[in-house]
Design a protein around this ligand. Sequence first.
Ligand SMILES: *Cc1c(COP(=O)(O)O)cnc(C)c1O
Length: 225
Amino acid sequence: MRVADNLEQIQQNINRACLKVNRNPEEIKVIAVTKYVTTERAAEALEAGVTNLGENRDEGLLTKWEVLKDKPVWHFIGTLQTRKVKNIIDKVEYIHSLDRISLAEEINKRAGNKIKCLVQVNVSKEESKHGLRSNEVIDFVKNLEPYENIIVAGLMTMAPYTDDESTLRSCFRKLRDLRNQVKELQLDYAPCEELSMGMSNDYIMAIEEGATMVRIGTALVGEDG
Ligand SMILES: *Cc1c(COP(=O)(O)O)cnc(C)c1O
C-alpha cells in the first residue's frame, strides 16, 4: 500500500472520530512510526504529507536522520537509556519517554535548548511496560522544576495489548484525567497540553478520548519496507 493511500484512510478516520466527539481534527498530530521500515519508506511518508516521524531506538533515528535531516519533526518514542541521550538530543523536538529523574538530569545537561518531553505513564500497570505509575506522576512533575531545559509538554502511554474496548478506553481516560491534573498545577515548565496515546489498532478510540498525538506505524507505513 502507498503511504499516501493509508494516510488518506487514517485522516478520514480521524475526521470521523473528531466529528463524533466534537473536536477539531487540526488538534491532532499524526506521528508516523518508522521503526520497522526503511529510510526510503520514511521519505515516502514525508512526500505524502506526514510531518512528524517517530523512532524508538537511537540507531534507527540516526540512520534516517542522516538522510532526512530536519525535514520532519522528530519524536523519540522508545525507552531511552541515559547514555544514549547525547546521540539524539540535538535531533529531536519531542521525547515521549521521560520516566525517571536520572533521565531528566541527563536530558537537561545535554540539551542546548529547551526540549519538549512527555512523561510516560504505565496506566495499565503491566509489569512489562515502562513508565511511572499513575500515583507517582504529580510528584514526579513537581520534581522536574530544577531542570531548566525540560518542558513537560504532555503525558504518554502505551495501552495494554487487547481488543477489549472498555479496558482501552479506561486507560485513555485515566491518562487524560492525569494530564488535566498536571495542567491545573499551572507550572510554567509544565503546560502539559499533549496526550500521546493511540497506535495502529486503537488510535480512533484514543482520539475520541482526547489524544492530541497518535503514534501510527503498521497502519500508516507498514511493517516491512
Ligand atoms: C511501535 C510503536 C508504535 C506504533 O505501533 P503500531 O502498532 O505499528 O502502530 C507506537 N508507539 C510506540 C512507543 C512504539 O514503540
